[in-house]
Design a protein around this ligand. Structure first.
Ligand SMILES: Cc1cc2nc3c(=O)[nH]c(=O)nc-3n(C[C@H](O)[C@H](O)[C@H](O)COP(=O)(O)O)c2cc1C
Length: 338
């Protein structure tokens, strides 16, 4: 039986510098798959051929209840695409990216080709340094404020990727969003189908699964309760109270949105997401998700009203300073190659 590689154990010294573009790209995929994904489904597949890599949506890993249109699925793939871009730049190449290149194949999300040798920028190096240090941090954040300079940089970065970022720091506005998050928890967790879907991706702490969320990543009772409790009981009230507190206690809430609501917009949102999570991480700031009021369609217009930007809401994040957390598993490259 061959032993599968662990993408977290990727080391720069192993970059196959003297090999062909295909081998280089295959190596760089180890960094791509460290990206965040909804329920850690890792809904991506790659095909390396003719010196380029194709990124495919793996819709067999979709979440039909929480993500019926595969919106979060494509966003997750966008995040992996951004990680790949950062890795390509760090190892000293330019890239050419075509997104949604084939209208007849909606699963083919992007083609990436290595360009000529070209030194990475300071920002690209900064992002590469923290690729292995970014994790979703579901713990509480302290009072320490996130510098305005960093927040402006995040907004500019998101804009460059073709999306927008609305920041909420005012206590009353955070409170209003926190209420909607809590309502989202109550609605989602009252739904048996939502609980069943979530439970199927939550694993006991000592899991050998290379996908899904190990209990420890929740950092609370959920880590002990495990999938059985999630599937069986409506824990909405408790979760709502907890998430309300997390949201109100975070120095910044951030809504990431796009002008349109097509797969191309979702892919852009995913790249913007990965970029700001890494950029924030590079300055010691953690990010985490509280998407519930965007996922629940009847709450979405109420979030929109509060945000007041034109376009479509994609993700709700909170940011701040917190305690270190552990990485979650990833599938080996051998498992995500088509
Ligand atoms: C599009 C998207 C939506 C997500 N939604 C949530 C969410 O609503 N709540 C949550 O706790 N985590 C959410 N996550 C975080 C994932 O659960 C997390 O990325 C995954 O478990 C892998 O863990 P990591 O981010 O620590 O690497 C989301 C991630 C993505 C990319």
């Amino acid at each position: 039986m061959s032993v599968l590689s662990d993408p977290w154990e990727v080391f720069e010294v192993d970059f196959p510098k003297t090999r062909d573009a295909g081998e280089k790209l295959r190596f760089l995929l180890n960094y791509a798959v460290l990206a965040p994904s909804g329920h850690n489904t890792q809904p991506w597949l790659f095909k390396v051929r003719n010196g380029e890599v194709e990124l495919y949506a793996d819709r067999t890993r979709g979440l039909p209840i929480v993500d019926p249109e595969d919106r979060a699925l494509v966003i997750s793939c966008g995040a992996a695409l951004f990680n790949l871009r950062v890795a390509v730049r760090h190892f000293g190449y330019a890239y050419e990216v075509q997104t949604i290149p084939d209208p007849d194949d909606p699963d083919l999300l992007a083609r990436v080709r290595l360009g000529p040798e070209q030194e990475a920028t300071e920002e690209e190096e900064l992002l590469f340094e923290v690729l292995k240090e970014r994790h979703s941090n579901r713990g509480p954040f302290g009072d320490r404020q996130v510098p305005g300079r960093l927040l402006s940089a995040l907004q500019a970065a998101v804009w460059e990727e073709g999306a927008w970022l609305h920041l909420v720091q005012d206590e009353a506005a955070k409170h209003a969003l926190a209420e909607l998050i809590a309502e989202g928890d109550r609605i989602q967790l009252a739904d048996k189908r939502f609980r069943r879907e979530l439970a199927s991706w939550v694993h006991p702490n000592r899991t050998k699964s290379r996908d899904g969320i190990p209990g420890y990543a929740f950092g609370d009772v959920m880590s002990l309760a495990g999938p059985f409790v999630i599937r069986t009981f409506d824990t909405g009230k408790g979760q709502a109270a907890k998430d309300r507190q997390l949201a109100e206690g975070s120095p910044v809430l951030a809504v990431l949105g796009t002008e349109g609501d097509t797969p191309a917009d979702w892919l852009a949102a995913g790249q913007a997401l990965a970029r700001i999570l890494l950029r924030a991480r590079a300055e010691g700031v953690w990010g985490s998700f509280l998407n519930q009021p965007i996922e629940v369609s009847e709450l979405r217009p109420r979030v929109r009203e509060r945000v007041g930007e034109a376009g479509f809401l994609q993700l709700l994040l909170r940011m701040g300073y917190g305690q270190e957390v552990r990485p979650t598993p990833r599938r080996a490259i051998e498992e995500v190659l088509r």
